[in-house]
Design a protein. Sequence first.
Length: 126
Amino acid sequence: MRVVVPMMRGRFSRHFGKSDVFVVYEIDEIKGEIVNRNEVAKGEVACHGVAKWVADEIKADLVLAGGIGMPAKRGLERWGVKVVGGINEDDADTVMENFLSNPEGVKLVTCWGHEHCKTERCGQDD
């Protein structure tokens, strides 16, 4: 399984679309272990195009994010990528280790005040 964790300036990013680097982890699903770790720079991909880029170019199976807007979340899911949001950590490796040790313990919160959602249901599950 390929798991992607967004980073900004060397730290875990709380804004998916503004991330400048994505850490790509290859996971042995049987052992539940990281077998490879690679950092991929976003380059010139615009904020609104990051979800499609992560799905098509990185070929993610799962994204572990901090804040992620509904358009990005829905796009990733439409392209077959699972999304877990609302993570509050400082380090990408810690995010990954915590997820591997307790994958069911992460709560989905999609929008953290980045003005992507204009409804009263912002940040609530659909």
